[in-house]
Design a binder for this molecule. Structure first.
Ligand code: PBG
Length: 328
């Protein structure tokens, strides 16, 4: 026992009134970014089986969903789209009448203060399901893919997106997007880079939701090796140099150390962490069996992500968590 027995850390844990004052990390609905899957059609919600509570939405349904989010204090969404058809180049990704472009226009018209972030990637639009063009030998081509990403980003910017988020882990995507946007007079559109995106097993449910699973091979030749953290700092340095406005780590929970390291190395940039589909579905699956308390588990997870250093959390739990935070 320490000789000074008057040192009593437990004093600050005595009751909720004191615990609240001593709390180091707060959690608020306006730090959440709510992902949405939008599709063609009208007045339809298609539940995603592996993600209870999440559905693919037509644009009119997305407006209703966002209205609910705003009422709970959430102020930002991240939009993914489902095209009617796919091809080797993913050309529906930059169609001005695609579901993402339509959703962005509708959301910005209805809710001008909502931050609309769009995912910029090819995997839901290519028939092979990879995040870039594929060579005859089956390699994902980096530099050939960049102009296509630029086209997608410009089509989102044209529709009114505030932030474009390249998620394909192509080298120099941030630089390519920055120059494409600037040339198209979208210099004020910001870039949230998926800086450190790992080749994770936790994307499975998302690939059902967005129908974007690779048809051959996997993504380990472009997404990061889960064993690496120094590599994340290298990715971040390149993104910062190329003009990223926001950085992101993905997934969140298995990579809290990476969140911490990136925040320490680049404290001046806002950092998001993506609490991905598999992280969501694990909690849901355990909670329905009574193996964990959903509310406490979710809030603990979201707090841990903020405590590690993320300023923003992209999470499918956003609506539930916002509701729980408002009734404590
Ligand atoms: C596409 C993309 C993926 C996710 C976001 N953008 C899947 C992947 O890389 O295979 C995953 C999101 C989630 O699991 O919630 N590049």
């Amino acid at each position: 026992m320490s000789s000074d027995t008057s040192l009593r850390p437990r004093r600050l844990r005595r009751g909720e009134a004191i615990r609240h004052l001593a709390r180091e990390t707060r959690l608020r609905a306006d730090e959440f970014i709510y992902p949405l899957f939008v599709m063609h059609g009208r007045s339809r919600r298609e539940p995603v089986e592996s993600m209870p509570g999440i559905a693919r939405l037509t644009v009119d349904e997305a407006l209703l969903e966002v209205n609910r989010a705003l009422e709970l204090g959430i102020r930002a969404v991240l939009i993914f789209g489902l095209p009617r058809r796919k091809d080797p180049q993913g050309s529906r990704a930059w169609a001005s009448v695609g579901p993402v472009q339509k959703a962005v226009r509708a959301l910005k018209a209805e809710f001008p203060d909502l931050a609309v972030i769009t995912d910029v990637c090819l995997c839901s639009y290519t028939d092979h399901g990879h995040c870039g063009l594929v060579s005859e030998g089956g390699d994902v081509l980096n530099d050939e893919t960049l102009p296509l990403l630029g086209r997608i980003a410009c089509s989102h910017a044209e529709a009114g997106a505030d932030v474009v988020a390249p998620s394909g882990m192509m080298d120099h995507a941030v630089g390519a997007l920055r120059s494409a946007l600037d040339e198209a007079r979208h210099g004020d559109v910001t870039i949230m880079s998926y800086t450190a995106k790992f080749a994770s097993s936790f994307y499975g449910p998302f690939r059902d939701a967005a129908d974007g699973a690779p048809q051959f091979g996997d993504r380990r030749a472009y997404q990061m090796d889960p064993a690496n953290a120094r590599d994340a700092l290298r990715e971040a340095a390149i993104d910062v140099e190329e003009g990223a406005d926001f950085l992101m780590v993905k997934p969140a929970l298995p990579y809290l150390d990476v969140i911490h390291r990136i925040k320490s190395a680049f404290p001046h940039l806002p950092l998001a962490a993506y609490n991905v589909s598999g992280e969501y579905s694990m909690v849901k699956a355990a909670a329905t069996r009574g193996w964990c308390d959903e509310r406490r588990s979710v809030l603990e997870i979201l707090r841990s992500i903020r405590r590690a250093g993320a300023d923003l959390v992209i999470t499918y739990h956003a609506l539930d968590a916002a509701r729980w935070l408002s009734d404590v």
